[in-house]
Ligand binder design. Structure first.
Ligand code: NDP
Ligand code: GDR
Length: 370
């Protein structure tokens, strides 16, 4: 396999080459968006299946690999260890040349395109950038896959947001009616993927995934914003949380379950598009009740509605019909709504306790809210 020269990539030792015993070939995967919530869970899953995993990371003025710190091991720290099974390379979905170079150097068997400007509300603020990364970024990567020297299987991270205002239940046959620049960009990426499959015969799949959450969820998505607030209120670091529309309904699952569906799609005989969902829907208010209630708190004592968090156009109700994924992929979710809420609240109470230690020691400003 070709080697990358990315900063974080593991290098071979010095000296004369020593012939290596033939090892059974292991599959190689490339993940864009590896530093995100799903990227970290997918990396864990693929490593557990014996894959060599490569991730593309973008340049940031701060380290952005916190979700991978428990997986990454520095070859300098343990010089005699074999080449690490996960390696990171700089690239960006807005830079075609970086994508082509990465595919050339890594020559993966499977490519998972998880990178995106993934925040719906933010996409109204930066629509042009969102289209460039979330839609055209997927096109750039598909083109790089098409031009690669070997065949590669491609996964596109599609979203239930694409259904927008089309009423539930939503399945593979439901028409799209996107309600944000983000959702419109995901619709474009979806059709680029279908088109490259039909036009060039690529093994390319769209996963149309409904919302999935975890303790690693970004802190400005509503579930994590709520569970972070519950943890901090519980230990006395804050008293209020400011939210927008509480009546929107979402089909919330656990991210760890959903990355399994991504992998299963690329293991089928034929490529296809699949809706992945729990088939159970709850409003934001129900999530509040479950999360605050589990911690012994009343959400009404702490939630303040702030107009700033309402969107110019809302998606009112999402509830998936994942019959096809359950039948063909033999996939089903393992974690239910209440278990997901409890997992996130438990995690965020522990996190808040650690924050409190820093605040009490004067290392952190208590007013600094996530
Ligand atoms: P996150 O927001 O947690 O992660 C997004 C990832 O994309 C991060 O690694 C981010 O890097 C990376 N990224 C952003 N812009 C660029 C760029 N220009 N070039 C390269 N990488 C970039 O998202 P999730 O993990 O939650 O979701 C994964 C994918 O699935 C996304 O495409 C999302 O839109 C989609 N999706 C998510 C659902 C969900 O409920 N979580 C549901 C349906 C679809 P950095 O860390 O540097 O910011
Ligand atoms: P969503 O997730 O837009 O569904 O996109 P988000 O958690 O941002 O919003 C869910 C619902 O909660 C309402 N809401 C708030 N949302 C946020 N972020 N902050 C608030 O303060 C707040 N108050 C109420 C929203 O209006 C909305 O109705 C997520 C992302 O992961 C996408 O990338 C993905 O494609 C979809 O899920 C499926």
């Amino acid at each position: 396999m070709a080697h990358s020269n990315g900063d974080a990539a593991g290098g071979d030792g010095e000296g004369a080459p020593v012939p290596r015993p033939l090892a059974p070939a292991r599959k190689v995967a490339l993940i864009t968006g590896i530093t995100g919530q799903d990227g970290s869970y997918l990396t864990e899953l693929l490593l557990s299946k014996g894959y060599e995993v490569h991730g593309l990371i973008r340049r940031s003025s701060n380290f952005n690999t916190q979700r991978l710190d428990h997986i990454y091991h520095d070859p300098h720290a343990v010089p005699s260890s074999p080449r690490p099974p996960m390696r990171l390379h700089y690239a960006d979905l807005s830079d075609s040349s970086s994508l082509r170079r990465a595919l050339d150097a890594i020559a993966p068997d499977e490519v998972y395109n998880l990178a995106a400007q993934s925040h719906v509300a933010v996409s109204f603020e930066i629509p042009d950038y969102t289209a460039d990364v979330t839609a055209t970024g997927a096109l750039r990567l598909l083109e790089a896959v098409r031009l690669a020297r070997k065949p590669m299987r491609y996964y596109q991270a599609g979203s239930s947001e694409m259904f927008g205002s089309t009423p539930p239940p939503q399945s593979e046959d439901t028409p799209f009616h996107p309600r944000s620049p983000y959702a419109a960009a995901k619709v474009a990426a979806h059709w680029y993927t279908v088109n490259y499959r039909e036009a060039y015969g690529l093994f390319a799949c769209n996963g149309v995934l409904f919302n999935h959450e975890s303790p690693r969820r970004g802190e400005n998505f509503v579930t994590r914003k709520i569970t972070r607030a519950v943890g901090r209120i519980k230990v006395g670091l804050q008293t209020k949380v400011f939210l927008g529309n509480l009546s929107a309904a979402r089909d919330w699952g656990f991210a760890g379950d959903y990355v399994e569906a991504m992998w299963l799609m690329l293991q089928q005989d034929q490529p296809g598009d699949y809706v992945v969902a729990t088939e159970e829907s709850h409003t934001v208010e129900e999530f509040l009740q479950a999360a605050f209630g589990y911690a012994g708190l009343n959400w009404k004592d702490h939630v303040v509605i702030d107009k700033k968090y309402f969107r110019p156009a809302e998606v009112d109700s999402l509830k998936g019909d994942s019959t096809k994924a359950r039948r063909e992929l033999k996939w089903k979710p393992k974690v239910g709504f209440q278990q997901l809420v409890e997992m996130m609240v438990d995690h965020d109470i522990e996190l808040a306790k650690k924050e409190k230690v820093l605040v009490d020691a004067g290392y952190r400003d208590p007013k600094q809210q996530p």
